[in-house]
Design a protein around this ligand. Structure first.
Ligand SMILES: [Zn+2]
Length: 252
């Protein structure tokens, strides 16, 4: 029976285990050791996919197979896991909730790129002895357009508070970029370190305000969703050793 049933791929097994915090997914149980179960049985779906799979201890697995725990209940336990791990949006998840998290992360990441390009432009202005650094300015303009498009995409989802917070964040950066393009002396010659830190903090607080609105729309506590997307995002990174002696490497 199990002969033509492929093993659960390691990355998927890991994802399932992490989703359940390496414990039985029944909240009142949380026992170990663990087995991986299909909610709609394997013989009907004949595939391993994240939304239909859950981690259970052998006892709960047996109770599920016997029907002591029914399928609807098991899907509810699965949903609870997914809610508690709001940071993990499966690629095939097309729910409005997943759509909002994706649009939020996209906008946030484009804002971070724009931030970098404004910083680079300001630096290039200071360092350039050959006039306005046109190439760097063009990259900054492009980053602004991409960030604006991402903000519009977020706005399309229709939550007014999220849209307003996203626009505030965008406008704060726009004012900063305007000053750099206008070569406003105050941007390049801060009167004090405190002034610089204040502006940095104000920009950061716009990210926080947006985060709070997104979490409110998702009915999450702001602490349940990471403020910024984890850079690795669960993917395995290739190792790129640097330095000819091969002493320095990371990844994997
Ligand atoms: Zn259990």
């Amino acid at each position: 029976m199990a002969a033509n049933r492929p093993k659960v791929p390691r990355p998927l097994a890991r994802q399932l285990l992490v989703e359940a915090g390496h414990r039985c997914a029944i909240p009142t149980c949380r026992a170990t050791p663990l087995e991986i179960a299909h909610i709609v049985p394997w013989h009907r779906v004949r595939r391993h996919d994240l939304p239909n799979m859950i981690v259970l201890c052998p006892n709960c697995h047996t109770r599920f197979d016997r029907g002591d725990i029914d399928r609807q209940a098991m899907f509810r336990y699965k949903e609870l896991l997914r809610l508690s791990d709001a940071n993990h949006v499966a690629p095939e998840d097309s729910s409005p909730r997943a759509g909002l998290i994706r649009a939020y992360r996209l906008f946030q990441n484009e804002m971070i790129r724009w931030h970098k390009s404004i910083t680079q432009l300001a630096l290039a202005v200071v360092l350039s002895s050959a006039g306005f650094p046109t190439g760097t300015a063009e990259r900054c303009l492009r980053a602004a357009s991409v960030a604006r498009a991402a903000a519009d995409k977020l706005a399309e989802l229709g939550d007014e508070d999220v849209t307003e917070a996203a626009n505030h964040l965008f406008d704060r950066y726009r004012a900063w970029a305007d000053d750099v393009f206008d070569l406003k002396p105050s941007v390049f010659h801060r009167s004090s370190r405190d002034e610089y830190e204040d502006e940095r903090r104000e920009r950061f607080m716009e990210f926080v305000a947006l985060h709070e609105e997104v979490c409110a729309a998702l009915d999450l506590d702001p602490a349940e969703l990471d403020l910024f997307e984890a850079r690795r995002n669960g993917r395995e990174l290739p190792a790129v050793p640097l330095g000819t002696r091969g002493l320095w490497k990371t990844g994997g």
